[in-house]
Design a protein around this ligand. Structure first.
Ligand code: DGJ
Length: 741
């Protein structure tokens, strides 16, 4: 039994294969957190973990219990205004303005498996992988409100999924002002916070810093998870590294405004809260109504950050990604964006497709510019029918010819947006999000549709569905290129305006849900000006996400390495583009651009019709190589070896290993070459110690323990580069390891 409930002592112990999570009902009826970490034995109670000392100058629960002081206790889902002065997990406002509520334990239930949450992306256990769900029912007797705290454990991935559900079972109206998805109080603060922040074209760079007293947070108020801060965070013991030490990972299955907050209090305990950002949220709860928070992932390992990333990747594949794509090899694609931008016609597209076929590419993606009269970014968003100037014979005609070449066909949409210069705006100016009477702020010359209106979602479902059917689409790239301003819901009451950001995201999820269930064969790739909505909410519907508009190999190392901490490599759309790179002006070798893109959902984004004979030859070979090891690149166990975020930021290496550990591919890239460089070895990981391997088909055979512990000599690149007459900067080395004998 993975969940043990000790009714007598009100203690709940949730065990996975390697972790324990324990909490108990406290004397005041609220829940106290006792332990989260490496697995420990089940006992009826844990007095040692719940002892506390009475502190001076601290509020008590009641006169008779001066020793019960909420401010010194580790809580499960802390209330506001009853003596715990740290940031609360929720806040409910009554009709008279009071913010006090006291949810006390009522009962529990344990349910086998894990069901999906209607209307929200959520974890599931369709494969009967021993998941169990514990639901703790709490009630606030005074108001009649009920709270259900839900804990689902996935024992074999060491993952716990939490959420909260508020039910107004009383007769009065309430406003939910804060409603985090989950809270975790840890007994000390000797951790580093690791988060993944940046900007457009600089997404998910790793930042690591010690916790300090006070509140540290990252979040978004852009109605998107954002390129600025990703919702995935880790807390690691100060000495923890890629392969050793304790690490917690937290993430939200959510794509909207979020807040991840870490508070170190006066006693050096740590409170972690994750959920919808309270700064732009409240929810009216009328009698009989409920509010469900998004789900939050907790994961823990004592095996360092590689261990954490690996268990999360496994969990997402088995319990979050659409099953039909989770382990299906993704096609090598060509995207026409950087080849043509808006300037193309059918002839040009077909010439790209023909060349793609010759190279071994499998999917042709037509990006922005195929609809309405879209020759630049000022028009036509919302007019989802083919531009008859560029495609006089229609999309289906183009699609037919692409399919006839035995290529799959995919299309770009930006469903959430509208251009003022569009037929849709002429017909429905009221569909744009705006504040009546006030000016609207443009972003990339475009505005946002009000996805809280059912008729907007219906229109898009119908328009996109028609094209999916007519053009027999195999793939959709769903882009989103601006954040919402002048947030106002024309259909919402004044007291519901703060519901708008969350309701907007629910509208996006509704459209995704309807499209993916009506057209399950279509592979979706999410995108938001590159990687601006790279999150688990999107992953639930779209197995791939465009990692960044920045395809420069040197910068992509940082972006993809950072992304790999919280997301599997199969999710990372990674393409080879032309040089000089459009974002950095840098010239890197084709081999390096390719080797970096190999570790993801691989493709090309350049004018392949302009390739030289030598480049054509090389690319054919590279695609052949990728296809041979595709399943390893996309679904193999990933080990980060050398970090490009280390002080010198000059080298990156990582490796993918097959489940049976018989095959591995590693890549080592350097940014700048150094004169007379230090003697270098690469230390492979994840091999079988007493298995022999060849490296790049070497005559010599090496035991796994030698390759992992003594390392493998890496030759200086200078001589080979001088000989070939190329720069030794931005060079890569690929190592293919094969088990022999
Ligand atoms: C932004 C995306 O990130 C690009 O890949 C491309 O699709 C453009 N939008 C098209 O407008």
């Amino acid at each position: 039994m993975a969940i043990t409930a000790e009714e007598k002592t009100g203690t709940f112990h949730l065990q996975t294969d390697n972790t324990s999570y324990i909490f108990q009902v406290m004397e005041n009826g609220e829940l106290g957190q006792l332990y989260y970490g490496s697995k420990i034995h089940v006992r009826p109670q844990y007095v040692n973990l719940s002892v506390r000392e009475q502190r001076n100058a601290t509020t008590a629960w009641k006169l008779e219990r001066p020793d019960f002081q909420p401010d010194v206790l580790k809580q499960e889902y802390a209330s506001f205004g009853k003596g715990d002065f740290r940031y609360p997990a929720y806040k409910l406002i009554a009709e008279n303005g009071s913010r006090i509520s006291e949810f006390v334990y009522k009962r529990y239930e344990i349910v086998e498996g894990k069901t999906r949450i209607a209307g929200l992306p959520s974890a599931f256990d369709d494969t009967k992988d021993d998941a169990q769900t514990l639901i703790i029912h709490m009630e606030d007797v005074f108001s009649g409100l009920e709270l259900e705290l839900s804990y689902s454990i996935f024992p074999h991935q060491d993952v716990l999924v939490r959420s909260a559900l508020f039910n107004n079972c009383g007769s009065k109206e309430f406003t939910l002002a804060d409603a985090f998805s989950a809270q975790l109080d840890l007994p000390d603060c000797k951790y580093d916070l690791l988060h993944f922040s940046g900007s457009w074209a600089r997404e998910r760079h790793l930042h690591r810093a010690h916790l300090r007293p006070g509140i540290q947070s990252i979040g978004s108020m852009r109605t998107a998870s954002s390129a600025q801060h990703n919702p995935f965070i880790m807390l690691a013991r100060s000495g923890a590294d890629e392969d050793t030490g304790e690490v917690f990972g937290f993430n939200l299955i959510y794509s909207g405004n979020f807040l991840d907050q870490v508070e170190v209090d006066q006693f050096e305990t740590t409170r972690i809260l994750l959920g919808i950002n309270p700064a732009e949220f409240s929810w009216r709860l009328l009698p009989g109504q409920s509010f469900q928070t998004p789900e939050c992932i907790f994961s823990y390992t004592a095996a360092g950050m590689n261990g954490l990333s690996q268990q999360l990747a496994r969990f997402y594949r088995e319990h979050l990604l659409p099953a039909r794509f989770a382990e299906t090899e993704r096609p090598v694609l060509i995207n026409n964006w950087e080849a043509t931008y808006f300037d193309f016609d059918e002839k040009k597209l077909l010439s790209i497709a023909e060349k793609a076929k010759e190279l071994g590419i499998e999917l042709f993606v037509l990006d922005d510019g195929w609809f309405g009269c879209r020759n630049d970014d000022t028009t036509s968003l919302g007019d989802w029918f083919a531009d008859t100037d560029k495609l006089p014979l229609g999309l289906d005609h183009l699609a037919k010819q692409i399919h006839a070449m035995q290529l799959k066909f995919g299309l770009w949409f930006e469903p959430e947006m509208i251009s003022l210069d569009s037929r849709l705006y002429d017909r429905h100016p009221e569909w744009v999000i705006h504040v009546p009477g006030r000016a609207m702020s443009p972003g990339r010359n475009q505005f946002v549709l009000d996805f809280t209106r059912q008729e907007v979602v219906d229109y898009l479902f119908e328009a996109m569905g028609r094209i999916i059917e007519d053009a027999h689409l195999d793939y959709i790239k769903w882009d989103m290129n601006r954040h919402i301003t002048e947030m106002f819901g024309a259909c919402l009451a004044p007291e519901q305006q703060m519901e708008m950001p969350h309701r907007y995201i629910l509208g996006v999820y509704q459209l995704y849900e309807r499209l993916t269930s009506s057209y399950p064969h279509v592979l979706f790739e999410s995108c938001a000006s590159g990687g601006g909505r790279f999150d688990l909410g999107m992953m639930y519907y779209a197995p791939q996400a465009w990692a960044s508009d920045n395809t420069d190999a040197a910068e992509r190392m940082l972006i993809q390495f950072g992304t790999s901490y919280g997301y599997p490599q199969s999710m990372m759309g990674a393409h080879v583009s032309a040089v000089p790179n459009g974002q950095t002006g840098r010239v890197t070798p084709l081999e390096t651009r390719t080797a970096v893109a190999f570790f993801g959902a691989f493709g090309y984004e350049l004018d392949i019709t302009a390739l030289s004979a030598e480049e054509t030859f090389k690319i054919k070979d590279q695609i052949k190589f990728y296809k041979k090891y595709r399943s390893l690149f996309q679904f193999g166990t990933l080990y980060r070896i050398e970090s490009p975020f280390d002080d010198e930021q000059n080298v990156m290496s990582w490796q993918v290993v097959s489940n049976d550990k018989k095959h591995a591919v590693a890549c080592r890239c350097q940014i700048l070459n150094r004169a007379n460089p230090p003697y270098t070895r690469i230390y492979f990981k994840g091999l079988t110690a007493d298995q022999k391997y060849t490296v790049n088909d070497s005559a010599e055979k090496f035991y796994g323990d030698e390759l992992m512990n003594a390392g493998f000599f890496v030759q200086q690149l200078m001589d080979a580069c001088r000989h070939a007459g190329v720069s030794a900067d931005f060079q890569e080395a690929l190592f293919v390891l094969k088990a022999v004998e």
